[in-house]
Ligand binder design. Structure first.
Ligand code: ASP
Length: 328
């Protein structure tokens, strides 16, 4: 009898521990703030804390919407807007410079329920490109607007326009000068795009991504971020994905949709699908990572660089944020 009781207790403890393990990898919102060669010691502790605080703020704002029965689209947009307003990330305020010393931003958002999407590329004066992507999704017959047409549409829809000087940051300008001096094509050291994926109370999945692109890019260059299926994808019953990395590789390999297709047609789980896609990408020289959620709220955040600013949050509990490979 005693042996029986002891076994039951062991079983219960084992069960509780494993349940915990599983639940710690589930979430309703996952975000990233870019991947790159960021390893422990390359940024100061103070800056590290600044990044973590901003990631947490973004997660908490998105969760608030989801816990109030708001849509995953609204949560994704709100989380990304906070990161766009920070100088820390390469999106909105913190966007990097083109070769011509200008800012050209790309963004997209996708609704996994309707399959509708909104994308924008090459905008220079719209404070929050994610808001413009959302306006295109909600209020345009088109999916993708670029340049002047996109800016005009933003003004028609009453979005906030700012002077180009709003986007100036000394650190990004210095980075451009350094890349030019080193005669590099583009800078992929700390890439820095932002993105979010959420699932709401109606089980609808949405994903969004926003970026300034890559330092020293040629004017007019469009990366993967606004390309639906490359940098962003969402489909109810399958998954939501947002990517960050060297955009040309993500476009050529249709990364976000490739992960979804593996889940959909090969019955792979999101962990295997996303890990394999990111590993394959590395084998052909494509650096970066993705974040994703599936219909069962499983979180994935694989990357093939040294680090990736990332985090997730569940209905309750503290947000979890990480920067480096093995440790936080
Ligand atoms: N994917 C972005 C681009 O190529 C860059 C990034 O993720 O930081 O424009």
């Amino acid at each position: 009898m005693k042996i029986f009781k002891t076994s039951i207790i062991f079983f219960l403890i084992f069960f509780a521990v494993n349940c915990n393990k599983q639940s710690s990898e589930k979430a309703i919102l996952v975000i990233h703030g870019g991947a790159g060669w960021i390893s422990k010691g390359t940024i100061s502790e103070e800056l590290e804390n600044e990044y973590k605080l901003k990631l947490k703020e973004s997660l908490i704002a998105g969760r608030k919407i989801l816990n109030n029965k708001g849509s995953s689209l609204d949560a994704v947009q709100a989380s990304i807007r906070i990161l766009e307003d920070s100088h820390l990330f390469n999106a909105g305020k913190g966007s990097v410079f083109t070769h011509d010393e200008k800012i050209e931003m790309d963004s997209s958002i996708m609704d996994g329920y309707s399959g509708n999407a909104g994308s924008v590329s090459g905008v220079t004066t719209i404070k929050n490109p994610i808001d413009l992507a959302r306006e295109i999704l909600d209020n345009s017959v088109h999916v993708f607007l670029s340049g002047k047409g996109a800016e005009d549409f933003a003004i028609e829809r009453g979005l906030v326009k700012v002077d180009e000087s709003y986007f100036f940051t000394k650190k990004n300008y210095d980075k451009l000068i350094q890349v030019k001096m080193e005669n590099q094509d583009i800078k992929e050291e700390k890439i820095g795009t932002v993105g979010a994926v959420a699932i709401d109370f109606q089980n609808n999945i949405s994903a969004g991504t926003s970026t300034g692109g890559m330092t020293n890019k040629r004017y007019g260059r469009v990366g993967d971020v606004p390309v639906i299926g490359a940098g962003t994808y969402a489909e109810n019953g399958v998954c939501g994905i947002s990517a960050t990395g060297h955009g040309e590789f993500f476009i050529r390999n249709v990364v976000a949709y490739d992960i979804a297709a593996r889940i959909k047609y090969k019955n792979e789980n999101i962990q295997k699908a996303s890990r394999d896609v990111i590993e394959n990408l590395k084998s052909i020289g494509g650096l970066g990572g993705v974040i994703g959620l599936d219909q069962n709220k499983n979180v994935v955040m694989p990357f093939n660089t040294k680090g990736m600013f990332r985090g997730y949050i569940s209905e309750k509990g503290e947000p979890v944020v990480m920067i480096y490979g093995d440790q936080n």
